[in-house]
Write a protein that binds this ligand. Structure first.
Ligand code: ADP
Ligand code: MG
Length: 293
């Protein structure tokens, strides 16, 4: 009888915009203890427009923005697009750059005018062993409290400017967290973004567990951390960086258009890019299970 029920389950799922790649995972969804969500683009809109910037003394705002846009010239990251767009909107010329290097989960690097220039977040500063200069600290603190992502411009080892990007919590995310709590499921969030941004989003949504400033290669370790507490864990994400965590999770859920890598690492694909479908998936799994009794 079980294969028949599973078959009903998957076609029902398909009608709800859920593509089931692993039927066992779909059945397991009814027993989930915790669900980990990627932050950017999953719980938030992921539209990173530059809303504010600060520079150290002696560095002009336009100069900093043009340098940052040059370094971001080769990157497809949302942050890169936002910086290039900000330079474009202000009509600032962008100098040529060479030797582009993407540093996964940290930022980007390039040579501009013979200088080694980086743009990236707190993970980049840690990697370069540099601290946020006092001239940029209060700017970064305030932006973080407002859940704005901050990236730094580093020239020849010195952080010389900071850019704040706005992101917006998705309307559906509030209901998702409440509904999962009603089902007795712990809600966790996983991000490469800074601790203060993650905390601000988590507090706003009532999220139970926060993993911030996590490098791409460490994301699956956070899944394991919860599994080692005896929990059955789902991961919801869309990016290349989320793939190892999706594979590691008991139920890996790719959401939205997703990247090919994320889709291929997932057990279930939510085609509509609505995080509320995660709740529907759990409920569908529970309902199907009851029919089997
Ligand atoms: P997430 O976990 O939110 O999907 P990523 O792993 O893509 O984020 O990036 C984590 C962090 O690395 C970003 O918040 C940012 O600080 C930094 N970063 C990544 N790519 C870039 C880039 N192209 N330019 C500047 N910073 C970047
Ligand atoms: Mg992401």
């Amino acid at each position: 009888a079980i294969p028949l029920v599973v078959a009903i389950n998957t076609s029902l799922a398909a009608r709800n915009g859920m593509l089931v790649r692993d039927r066992v995972a779909m059945e397991e969804a009814r027993n989930l203890d915790a669900i980990i969500f990627d932050k950017t683009g999953t719980l938030t809109e992921g539209e990173h427009g530059v809303v504010d910037m600060a520079t150290v003394e002696g560095v002009d705002g336009d100069e900093a923005l043009s340098l940052a846009a040059a370094v971001e010239g080769d990157s497809e990251h949302m942050i890169a697009r936002a910086i290039r767009q900000a330079a474009d909107e202000r009509g600032i010329g962008v100098p040529p750059a060479a030797d582009f290097e993407a540093m996964k989960g940290r930022g980007v690097r390039a040579s501009v005018d013979g200088d080694e220039v980086y743009v990236g977040g707190p993970n980049l500063l840690n990697h370069l062993n540099s601290n946020v200069p006092s001239a940029l600290r209060s700017f970064a603190d305030e932006a973080g409290e407002n859940a704005q992502t901050v990236v730094y411009l580093v020239r020849e080892g010195d952080p010389i400017a900071a850019f704040a990007m706005a992101d917006v919590i998705r309307e559906e995310s509030y209901r998702v967290v409440d509904a999962l709590h009603d089902l007795g499921i712990e809600v966790a969030m996983l991000t490469g973004d800074s601790q203060d941004v993650a905390d601000a989003v988590a507090e706003e949504l009532g999220i139970d567990t926060v993993f911030a400033e996590v490098l791409p290669e460490d994301k699956d370790k956070k899944v394991i951390e919860l599994q080692e507490q005896g929990k059955l864990v789902a991961m919801v994400g869309d990016g290349v960086n989320d793939a190892p965590a999706l594979t590691r999770a008991d139920v890996g859920i790719a959401i939205g258009s997703g990247t090919d890598v994320a889709v291929q690492s997932a057990d279930v694909i939510l085609v509509k890019n609505n995080p509320m479908d995660v709740v529907r998936l759990v409920k569908l799994s529970k309902a199907s299970y009851r029919k089997m009794q």
